[in-house]
Design a protein around this ligand. Structure first.
Ligand SMILES: [Zn+2]
Length: 335
């Protein structure tokens, strides 16, 4: 078995982390931040394996030793991962108290103790406060890795006690090269564009019918633009999809329309998306920005775990879209 290796676009970040670790200059608290789907959690895993490995190679864990075996089995006593017990919910104070207990003990294998919290912004205030002490006065040989897509939602006191490691979206050519063998007949560039260039998010689109749901959504929006479907009918068709997926799709299309108009770069799109671009170009920029802001708010609401009424949310999106379509010139033919 081999160790977990960084993705190709992570080499620079990886080497920098390794060098600092080998020189004894890696701080005990690191905040891995950047867009969803660029591999932050993955690199944290690589780093945990490397730090705990009993016979590390120059740039990766050995993948063979007792420690590497235990990590693979998910039973390494010196590695703790903390995530919400239920997806989309908070990391609770009890979970952090348990983690503090772990961090307060001596390591079982005589080396480091590593904690990974993901997503770190899911810590509620009490949980974050409970973690502060360990970030302020860590015991020796402790590494706390906080993973966050939205570091601005973390308490400032948490942020200030960690060193930020920013994960950028890789350049398109590199991400495409990696994605190509995984995406069958689909264009890797079009998939990447759907996900703001985040390669793992693009890969995940191919799972569980997410891509199909997204393209069906584009088709419905086109039909609404042509007066072939109305808002409530559309909203009821979207009930089976994840609202976040639809909101993110529409956000990306609105961005793509603006990028096309600014002609900053050519954008590869799938057919239904291309048709949608023509529709968006016929709508005033201000209205598009207004919809964009509103969608961002809905997205934040969904991510905060507030659990908004899904049907109302979808109906509102559908009605906003229909209202926006009614402003187009020339007006769509009356039905
Ligand atoms: Zn090893």
């Amino acid at each position: 078995m081999s160790a977990t290796l960084p993705y190709p676009w992570q080499q620079e970040t990886w080497q920098s982390l390794l060098t600092r670790f080998q020189q004894g200059q890696l701080p005990h608290g690191l905040l891995f931040n950047g867009s969803a789907g660029v591999g932050k959690r993955h690199l944290a895993q690589c780093l945990a394996e490397f730090v705990l490995c009993l016979a590390p190679q120059s740039d990766a864990a050995c993948g063979q030793c007792k420690s590497c075996e235990l990590i693979r089995a998910g039973t390494h006593p010196d590695l703790q991962s903390v995530s919400p017990e239920e997806s989309g919910k908070a990391i609770k104070i009890d979970q952090v108290r348990k983690l503090n207990g772990f961090l307060g003990q001596t390591s079982q294998q005589g080396g480091y103790k590593v904690a990974i919290l993901a997503p770190a912004e899911a810590m509620n205030i009490n949980a974050a406060n409970a973690l502060l002490k360990n970030l302020e006065e860590p015991s020796a040989k402790t590494l706390i890795l906080l993973i966050s897509d939205a570091p601005n939602r973390l308490m400032a006191t948490i942020r200030s006690r960690c060193q930020a490691v920013a994960f950028a979206v890789p350049v398109l050519a590199e991400a495409s090269r990696w994605l190509q063998p995984l995406c069958g007949d689909h264009s890797p560039e079009a998939l990447l564009n759907m996900c703001g260039g985040a390669p793992l998010a693009a890969r995940d689109l191919l799972d569980d019918g997410r891509l199909e749901a997204r393209l069906a959504f584009a088709k419905d929006l086109n039909e609404m633009a042509n007066g072939q479907m109305f808002s409530l009918q559309a909203a009821s068709r979207w009930m089976d999809a994840e609202p976040l997926l639809l909101i993110e799709a529409l956000l990306t299309w609105l961005q793509s329309a603006s990028r096309q108009e600014a002609q900053t770069q050519s954008i590869q799109l799938m057919d239904d998306e291309q048709a949608l671009m023509a529709v968006l170009h016929s709508v005033g920029v201000k209205l598009r920005f207004r919809l964009y802001d509103k969608l961002l708010q809905s997205k934040a609401q969904l991510l905060s775990g507030a659990n908004p009424n899904q049907q109302l949310l979808l109906e509102e999106i559908a009605m906003d879209w229909q209202a926006m379509m009614a402003t187009r010139k020339p007006m769509r033919p009356a039905i």
